[in-house]
Design a protein around this ligand. Structure first.
Ligand code: NAD
Length: 302
């Protein structure tokens, strides 16, 4: 293997310790900590474990974490008034509604009801608009794209003038990371191409990329020969390709693979993120970063 591994677990620990130190400093100075509420409707097991991870991370940073779990038959009206209550609560800086919601609730309506200044996921149309404008206008960059950009920066990869190719055009990864990479500023200022299911010659586009960001959800989509020698490859894909028994716990766990054929890709790429252990561990970290940012806005520090 010749590529340098961009290790998401290591970068996560670096960022979390920075956030912890800043939280302690602000607490000493202002006597307050960031407040984050996680609203979970129903008992979807995947959602429950994801929410637990968010709660544990927030607690480890010293945030005030409020877990608000509601029954699956909660009405849309009640959920909207709950959000309204947290919108008005000064001790809460970030509001997270865990998706998916039960079928009788309109997700779009619910997400749009969150105060954009507490929307630390960055999914509200106001925050999408702010991202598009760029610069100081951006309050909360969406977490997975923010994670990708942070990893590129911390790996020391030059982005100014770089050819960036993004595979995938989803609202949560492909589109926002493409916008972020083309804005002026650190970790950006690149020339960006977005390819998707309607694109021709995927291989030729990928081969031009100095930085190749793949978020398609198709295991092994990007072949090693599509990678420009020395390129930085960010594999966002998380695909369950089987199951195995964990040696540690004896429990059945998923075998995960990315969208890039990892082993042979390492022979061509200059930098590469593994799956698991790449972008995955970073997303919640960026959520915590946005929550601290929201707290700092509330203190008038930003
Ligand atoms: P999505 O299904 O919403 O979008 C996938 C995009 O890829 C689409 O825009 C589609 O046009 C494109 N695409 C699919 N097949 C293609 C093909 N054969 N050729 C070209 N383009 C193709 O998915 P998403 O939500 O953006 O997620 C993408 C992947 O990233 C998934 O594997 C998901 O699990 C993973 N993901 C990981 C994280 C994380 O690690 N934190 C976060 C979000 C998503």
């Amino acid at each position: 293997m010749s590529a340098t591994l961009i290790n998401g677990s290591v970068i996560r620990e670096e960022i979390l310790s920075e956030l912890r130190a800043e939280t302690e400093k602000l607490k000493a100075e202002y006597g307050k900590v960031p407040g984050l509420v996680t609203i979970l409707v129903g008992e979807n097991p995947a959602s429950m474990s994801y929410v637990t991870l968010k709660i544990k991370t927030a607690q480890s940073l010293g945030y005030n974490e409020v877990q608000d779990s509601r029954p699956p038959d909660m009405s849309e009206e009640d959920l909207l008034s709950l959000i309204d209550r947290y919108n008005k609560d000064d001790s809460i800086n970030g509001i997270l509604v865990q998706l998916p919601l039960p079928k009788h609730i309109d997700e779009k309506k619910v997400l749009n009801a969150i105060d954009p200044d507490k929307d630390v996921d960055g999914f509200h149309p106001v925050n999408v608009g702010r991202l598009m404008i760029g610069g100081d206008e951006v309050k909360f960059p969406p977490c997975t794209p923010a994670a990708i950009q942070e990893m590129i920066i911390r790996a020391g990869v030059e982005t100014k003038g770089a050819e960036v190719v993004v595979v995938g055009r989803s609202n949560i990864v492909g589109k926002p990371i493409a916008i972020m990479m083309m804005q002026k500023g650190p970790g950006a200022n690149a020339t960006v191409t977005v390819v998707h299911t309607g694109s021709k010659n995927l291989d030729a586009h990928c081969l031009r990329a100095d930085i190749l960001i793949v978020a398609a959800g198709v295991p092994g989509l990007v072949k090693p020969e599509w990678i420009k020698p020395g390129a930085c490859v960010i594999d966002v894909g998380v695909n369950r390709i089987g199951e195995k028994i964990s040696k540690k716990t004896g429990k059945t766990i998923a075998i995960l693979s990315g969208d890039v054929d990892f082993e042979p890709a390492c022979e061509r790429a200059g930098f590469i993120t593994p799956v698991p252990g790449g972008v995955g561990p970073m997303t919640i970290t960026m959520l915590m970063k946005n929550t601290l940012k929201s707290f700092k806005y509330s203190l008038g520090l930003l």
